[in-house]
Design a protein. Structure first.
Length: 106
């Protein structure tokens, strides 16, 4: 395996682990720091921003861990993957909004 595949795996793991606190905080309707908060990384962002940031991290981690093979990026079964991701993201945003109102995360 080429060296850059190992680098891709390393950063893919970092993205996947970073997704967990953002996605879970967003799903629970709680505010959590993101790069988009004021000040960046120290202030807190809304639950929806956290869900979206967590989803982005999951997507990037997925690409880096499962789709980099010998320098190529490929997407088998695109439509199925897009439908699963769209359903999951829609549910996550709805939960973030609902629990954000309950817990005051807005």
């Amino acid at each position: 395996m080429a060296w850059y595949v190992y680098v891709s795996y390393f950063f893919g793991g970092a993205f996947l682990v970073n997704a967990v606190p953002h996605f879970v905080s967003g799903l629970c309707g709680r505010r959590f720091p993101t790069p988009f908060s004021k000040p960046p990384g120290k202030g807190e962002s809304s639950p929806i921003v956290n869900v979206l940031w967590g989803a982005f991290n999951i997507f990037m981690g997925y690409l880096l861990v499962t789709r980099v093979r010998e320098g190529t990026l490929y997407f088998p079964n695109r439509i199925e993957a897009i439908m699963v991701a769209a359903g999951g993201l829609l549910m996550a945003v709805m939960l973030a909004r609902a629990f954000g109102q309950v817990y005051g995360g807005k």
